[in-house]
Write a protein that binds this ligand. Structure first.
Ligand code: DQA
Length: 139
């Protein structure tokens, strides 16, 4: 199976940005770890963008070629009806993921536009959450 690992705004700075919240691993570290974990079970395609439209385009492309999406939409989680609409046009499984426990943070992070579409939501497990998402999707 093929899984798209989709990262939204500011996640290119993972490891450097607020490490007390998001940890010290870089996005490349996480992608390598996920690929290793999924080896023999799933092909992992990775895409990161700071631009809402590019994330939507990636979801549209996934309609053709991808079985499932693991999405950490960053702050767009809390603002983007457009990303929700794109996910609603995708027929495979969707896991919404947040590295931090958004419910223990500012109240504006408590609402997600994407959760209504997600088959599962992983919150606050750090980058281990990506491995759990792969296990769910390949089980
Ligand atoms: C995040 C949580 C969001 O609220 C925040 O805007 C992010 C990262 C997380 O992984 O914990 O950029 O999605």
């Amino acid at each position: 199976m093929k899984i798209l690992l989709l990262h939204g705004p500011n996640l290119n700075l993972l490891g450097k940005r607020q490490p007390e919240i998001y940890g010290h691993e870089t996005l490349q570290d996480v992608e390598n770890k996920v690929r290793g974990h999924a080896f023999g079970r799933a092909e992992i395609e990775c895409f990161q963008s700071n631009h809402e439209g590019e994330l939507i385009d990636a979801i549209h492309r996934a309609r053709e070629s991808t079985d499932a999406i693991i999405i950490n939409a960053g702050a767009y989680t809390h603002t983007s009806v457009a990303i929700l609409d794109a996910l609603n046009a995708f027929e495979g499984k969707v896991v919404e993921l947040h590295i931090s426990n958004v419910h223990a943070r500012e109240s504006f992070r408590h609402h997600s536009y994407l959760s209504a579409r997600a088959d599962g939501i992983i919150v606050g497990l750090g980058t281990y959450g990506y491995l759990a998402a792969v296990d769910f999707l390949t089980s």
